[in-house]
Design a protein around this ligand. Structure first.
Ligand SMILES: NC(=O)c1ccc[n+]([C@@H]2O[C@H](COP(=O)([O-])OP(=O)(O)OC[C@H]3O[C@@H](n4cnc5c(N)ncnc54)[C@H](O)[C@@H]3O)[C@@H](O)[C@H]2O)c1
Length: 269
């Protein structure tokens, strides 16, 4: 008689050390997944990263964080090699049940500068679109080649209202949001035959280290709070809770969407 083992489900969270990625890593660990995190931080963030890792271990899950640039092709291959080597040592069947893209690293300045001779550069715009948008596609392509995703896997990308409306100083990030929403639609189309779903999660305005770097963020927070029918801002935990719920097998037919998780903020004109 052959022995069958249940495959082990992992989450791969790109942008795991802060804000949404941190809260979602913890919530998915609570929901029973082992956690792989990719983040790109200075040494000063090490203590905080270690705290997150210890919390995940405390929840009884396996965890490995990688401090690497997610947009670098070689680093991406290195991370995936290391994950597969770890799985091979552990034995049994392993797969990525949830892939989350939650990277914040973009140029936050106006297209038309004052004085006008120091505008946002082509290199800054291209970098923002690559880091916050396109690299998700390369991760998915490589994970499909390596058979790390399978039927039932879920892909999520964090987006914002900036994907369809103007926020001061946010032009390059807005473009990256429109790009990642478009990539998610295309991935949803091409991955449905494999039983893999892909959705954008449009979070409401949330106080995080990332959003606090937006010039004028205090005003942005104030206005969002006034607009939000709940009378408060979104929290990373609001979004983490939704992602854990969407992990259910029962959501297998939901794909290619931009799902708002914002307490109704964006329906208010
Ligand atoms: N905060 C908001 O109001 C808000 C609202 C909607 C959507 N979002 C989106 O949510 C996502 C996460 O934002 P956040 O507010 O949690 O930001 P954050 O700054 O708190 O977290 C960003 C994470 O990205 C990682 N990172 C940055 N550059 C990286 C790189 N090159 N390679 C690997 N990791 C990298 C950081 O290490 C960190 O873990 C972003 O896509 C952001 O646009 C934020």
């Amino acid at each position: 008689m052959t022995e069958t083992t249940t495959p082990t489900g992992w989450a791969l969270v790109i942008g795991s050390s802060s804000g949404f990625g941190e809260a979602i890593s913890l919530e998915l660990a609570r929901a029973g997944l082992n956690i792989l995190g990719v983040h790109f931080d200075r040494r000063s963030a090490t203590a905080h990263v270690n705290e997150i890792v210890e919390k995940i271990k405390g929840l009884g899950r396996e965890v490995q964080f990688y401090n690497r640039n997610a947009a670098d092709r070689e680093k991406r291959a290195e991370v995936l090699d290391e994950i597969q080597n770890r799985w091979a040592k552990e034995g049994g069947e392993h797969f990525i049940q949830v892939l989350l893209h939650s990277v914040a690293f973009g140029s936050l300045q106006p297209y038309i500068a004052s004085p006008p001779d120091q505008p946002l550069t082509q290199a800054q715009i291209e970098m923002t679109i690559d880091v916050m948008g396109s690299n998700l596609v390369y991760w998915v392509q490589e994970m499909m080649v390596r058979k790390m995703l399978r039927s039932g896997s879920r892909i999520y990308a964090l987006t914002s209202a900036g994907g369809h409306s103007v926020i001061p100083n946010y032009g390059a990030v807005s473009a990256a949001k429109a790009v990642i929403e478009s990539h998610i639609r295309q991935l949803a189309y091409e991955l449905m035959p494999y039983g893999i779903t892909a959705n954008s999660i449009q979070a409401g305005v949330t106080v995080t280290p990332g959003s606090s770097r937006i010039p004028g963020s205090e005003k942005l927070f104030e206005l969002a709070k006034l607009r939000n029918p709940a009378g408060r801002l979104t929290t990373p935990e609001d979004v983490a809770s939704a992602i854990a719920a969407l992990m259910s097998e029962k959501t297998y037919w939901m794909t290619g969407n931009v799902i708002r998780v914002d307490g109704g903020e964006d329906i208010v004109g």
